[in-house]
Design a binder for this molecule. Structure first.
Ligand SMILES: [Zn+2]
Length: 197
C-alpha cells in the first residue's frame, strides 16, 4: 500500500517527494504573479480563463475546470483540487508569501520572523518572551514600520494602476515619442502640418 501511495504522490505531486514544505518555484511565481490580483495572491492560485484552468501561483501546476481529481479515496472538482495541492505541497499561503525571495518580497529577515509571530496572534510581550530578550517598544516600532510599508505599497499600486489605465489609450504614441529625439519629433510635426495645410 505504501508503494501505491508513493507512486501516486510521485505521479501527481512530484514536488512533494523531497518533503520540502513551503517550497516555491520562483520562476513560476515570476510568470504567474504578474497577472494575479491581490485576492488571487492571498489564496495562492488563480483562474486562467483562456486555459479554463486553476493555476497554483507557487509552482504553476494546473487543474482544468470540468475534470475531477482523485485524492485520498475522494474526488474533487478543480478548485478544491488546487486548494488541496497548495495545502499538501506548499503548506500555509501566508508563510509561502513571507518566504518569497527579495525579488517579490523585500522584507528583512527580522521582520519576516516577526510577521510569522504576529500571524500566530502573539502579543508584543509574548514575542519578547519567545525571543528571550529585547523590548516591547522595539516590537511596537516594527509593527508601525510594517503598517507604513503597507500604506506605501497601496499608494504605489494605485500609481501603477493609473499608469496602466493611461497607457492603454496612448501606449503606442508614448513608445514612439520615447524612441525619437526632440528634433525628430519637431520635424515629424512640421511634416504633418505641411501635409495637412
Ligand atoms: Zn503548487
Amino acid at each position: 500500500m505504501s508503494d501505491i501511495n508513493e507512486e501516486y504522490l510521485r505521479k501527481h505531486f512530484p514536488e512533494c517527494m523531497d518533503n520540502d514544505k513551503n517550497k516555491v518555484d520562483h520562476y513560476a511565481v515570476d510568470k504567474l504573479l504578474w497577472t494575479a490580483s491581490v485576492e488571487d495572491i492571498k489564496s495562492g492560485y488563480r483562474f486562467d480563463f483562456l486555459k479554463n484552468k486553476y493555476v497554483c501561483l507557487f509552482c504553476g501546476k494546473e487543474y482544468e475546470r470540468g475534470i475531477v481529481f482523485p485524492f485520498e479515496d475522494l474526488l474533487f472538482e478543480a478548485e478544491r483540487a488546487v486548494q488541496n495541492h497548495i495545502k499538501i505541497i506548499h503548506g500555509n499561503v501566508f508563510e509561502c508569501l513571507v518566504g518569497l525571495n527579495k525579488k517579490f518580497n523585500d522584507i528583512s529577515e527580522v521582520q519576516k520572523d516577526l510577521l510569522k509571530l504576529f500571524y500566530k496572534g502573539l502579543s508584543d510581550k509574548e514575542i519578547v518572551e519567545q525571543q528571550g530578550g529585547g523590548s516591547t517598544s522595539t516590537i511596537r516600532s516594527h509593527r508601525y514600520k510594517l503598517k507604513e510599508r503597507e500604506k506605501q505599497a497601496k499608494v504605489f499600486l494605485a500609481i501603477m494602476s493609473l499608469l496602466e489605465a493611461n497607457d492603454s489609450s496612448g501606449k503606442s504614441m508614448q513608445g514612439i515619442l520615447d524612441i525619437l529625439s526632440q528634433s525628430e519629433i519637431d520635424s515629424l510635426i512640421n511634416a504633418y502640418l505641411r501635409n495637412n495645410r
